[in-house]
Design a binder for this molecule. Structure first.
Ligand code: ZN
Length: 249
């Protein structure tokens, strides 16, 4: 029963994260203005704002102007619900639940911003850095300086990649990897980065083979870093153990 509650809570919050990710880069207040259709600017009624269900009821288009609503909204709401459900099932300590929820919130907002506008907003990174800085003061990594080391490796490592690849990644990716390094430390940062590269590679091969994309098509990298970061947070330790056991023994 509680699992359904977590799923619904995740969907509802996911709907709010969508709004933040959509409005913050455009500097529209997400607390004062009510939600509106981006095409006809009509304010939306409460029954048009129910996560996923409104989208299905309205068959994916605006009730006023009939323009299509992006499939990104319901997909991200389902992702959010599923993530909250996973946390509820897989995490047994409160000390791990809080950073899981915070990390997910950060990633959700960044995925929306990066997919919609190709930006990783500094305000979001700074806001979450302050929260995680406080969190790491209370619950430091072991040893504590792994946060600083992780942040440094994330920043410098990505800077090196940007210089060598002449813009394969952006400044936003660099700051995000620095933040992931600060939260998770160097070894889990590596897991996050490798998972991101691997999933991006698999999707690129898929897109090259089945969709009309070429090597010059730019793919936003924040969604992959988010998948990597979340995987590293949830299963990074286990993945490292598994790797050491099977490949280095
Ligand atoms: Zn409309």
């Amino acid at each position: 029963m509680l699992s359904i509650y977590f799923f619904l809570l995740g969907m509802t919050l996911g709907s709010f994260y969508n709004v933040i990710g959509l409005r913050l880069p455009k500097r529209i207040s997400f607390t004062r203005n009510r939600s509106f259709c981006p095409h006809c600017r009509n304010q939306l009624e409460w029954h048009e704002l129910i996560p996923v269900f409104s989208f299905l009821l309205q068959k994916g288009s605006c009730r006023h102007c009939n323009k299509r609503i992006s499939i990104l909204y319901p997909l991200m709401e389902i992702l959010s619900g599923s993530a909250f459900l996973l946390f509820y099932i897989a995490i047994d300590s409160h000390i791990k639940l809080l950073p899981a929820l915070l990390l997910y919130t950060l990633f959700h907002i960044l995925i929306v911003s990066d997919l919609m506008y190709q930006v990783i907003p500094n305000t979001v990174l700074l806001f979450f850095f302050s929260i995680f800085f406080l969190f790491r003061l209370i619950y430091p990594l072991d040893p504590w300086w792994h946060s600083a080391a992780g942040a440094l490796i994330g920043l410098v490592g990505t800077a090196a990649i940007i210089i060598c690849s002449r813009g394969g990644m952006g400044g936003g990716d660099m700051k995000l990897l620095g933040l992931i390094g600060f939260i998770l430390g160097p070894s889990l940062l590596l897991v996050a980065f490798l998972t991101a590269v691997l999933t991006a590679f698999i999707l690129s091969v898929f897109l090259l083979a089945f969709a009309k994309k070429n090597l010059k098509s730019k793919i936003p990298f924040a969604p992959f870093l988010s998948i990597g970061g979340m995987t590293a947070f949830m299963y990074g330790e286990a993945l490292i153990q598994w790797y050491l056991l099977y490949f280095l023994s």
